[in-house]
Design a binder for this molecule. Structure first.
Ligand SMILES: NC(=O)c1ccc[n+]([C@@H]2O[C@H](COP(=O)([O-])OP(=O)(O)OC[C@H]3O[C@@H](n4cnc5c(N)ncnc54)[C@H](OP(=O)(O)O)[C@@H]3O)[C@@H](O)[C@H]2O)c1
Length: 340
């Protein structure tokens, strides 16, 4: 039963995907003494009620209630008063928590226990941690979460040598890319990809790496969203475009500086969608990779690879990853993997 309701909390939390940053995704379920669900709630948007408050605010205090929540309830005054106060006020008997809050300011479990409430922790913990992987990285490392998306053939190619790349994957897979984009505060691409593909890439915030400012400002990507162009020459702001002068290392914009700056700008997560050169260089910063694979083979070694950044002579020099999920977007698949 505990797992069932924790799963429901995760489902509720996911309804606000893309809306809560820099806050976590949180869902809450309340049951009565007969295990019937009597209220639910989720954190809908940054600045709005926490999930527990959503579920509790219209509930009459009662006896024998259990509250399920995927993240430890807050115990400090932030934008809203502590959820622990309301939990205690409403006479909740048992609180079931998915994972502890990585924020050291939060000591909800302790506060609840002190007030005599039974607390159970660690229910579906790994699912709960995955749900809030961005928040965990932000709090624990004070860094932006970096994800990479690539779409490849079976032989790992993203375009032919002359840049022909439309389309490798199916419409179904490309629709899923839009859903994945929405999870991230910003998307990032390169001058080369803009020049080769002139993509639209609809998003609230877009990051462009363009050292020499060679992309045409009439390109489709500039038509919408708040845009940050990392480049070697200028700092300036015009309409929706912010140019950010950035140090260069080996003739390339320093990715270290870019990611640090993104965090300072309040961009808590970024999805890179570029060719193999940028994706390859970004791999050492990547927390997660989405690789769509279409059942096609170019058979041409001169076609561009999805990660192209080094030379190795022994297969033992490969970098290793752990595949997390394999999903079908027929006829394509999506592999999601993490660095080990
Ligand atoms: N299938 C897919 O998922 C997919 C997605 C996107 C693109 N594509 C294809 O990919 C092709 C382009 O791939 P590509 O490998 O030539 O280019 P790329 O990886 O998209 O971009 C490389 C460019 O990124 C910029 N960059 C900035 N900082 C960098 C750094 N630290 N390391 C590396 N690059 C950095 C550089 O341009 P500056 O010097 O101007 O800064 C560099 O020339 C296009 O044909 C496009 O169709 C495929």
């Amino acid at each position: 039963m505990q797992e069932k309701y924790m799963r429901k909390c995760i489902e509720l939390a996911l309804k606000a995907e893309g809306q809560t940053s820099p806050n976590p995704l949180v869902g809450c379920v309340i049951t009565d003494e007969f295990d019937n669900v009597i209220s639910t709630g989720y954190h809908k948007k940054y600045g709005e009620n926490h999930a527990e408050r959503e579920a509790l605010q219209n509930l009459k205090p009662g006896e024998g209630y259990t509250l399920y929540v995927n993240l430890e309830p807050c115990s400090h005054y932030g934008k809203t008063p502590p959820c622990t106060e309301l939990i205690i006020e409403k006479g909740i008997k048992h609180v079931v928590i998915g994972m502890k809050d990585p924020n050291p300011l939060v000591s909800g479990i302790e506060v609840l226990k002190k007030s005599g409430i039974e607390v159970t922790t660690g229910i579906l913990e790994s699912e709960c941690r995955k749900l809030n992987e961005v928040f965990i990285k932000n709090i624990e490392q004070e860094k932006t979460f970096v994800a990479i998306k690539t779409a490849t053939t079976l032989d790992g190619k993203i375009s032919t040598s002359n840049g022909s790349s439309k389309w490798i994957t199916s419409e179904k897979a490309r629709d899923q890319v839009k859903i994945i984009r929405n999870r991230y505060d910003a998307i990032m691409t390169s001058s080369s990809t803009i020049i080769a593909d002139n993509p639209v890439m609809l998003h609230r915030k877009k990051i462009i790496l363009d050292r020499e400012l060679k992309t045409n400002l009439n390109s489709k990507i500039y038509e919408q969203g708040q845009i940050y162009v990392f480049n070697e020459y200028k700092d300036s702001i015009t309409d929706n475009i912010t140019f950010i002068k950035t140090p260069v290392k080996e003739n390339k914009i320093s990715l270290e500086h870019v990611f640090n700056r993104l965090y300072e700008l309040g961009i808590m997560s970024v999805l890179i969608e570029s060719g193999g050169k940028l994706s390859g260089r970004a791999l050492k910063y990547a927390d997660k990779i989405y690789q769509f694979i279409a059942p096609k083979i170019t058979g041409d070694n001169s076609s561009k690879s999805c990660f192209d950044y080094t030379e190795i002579s022994n297969i033992s020099e490969c970098t290793n990853y752990k595949i997390d999920t394999i999903n079908n977007f027929e006829p394509d698949i999506l592999l999601t993997y993490y660095p080990i």
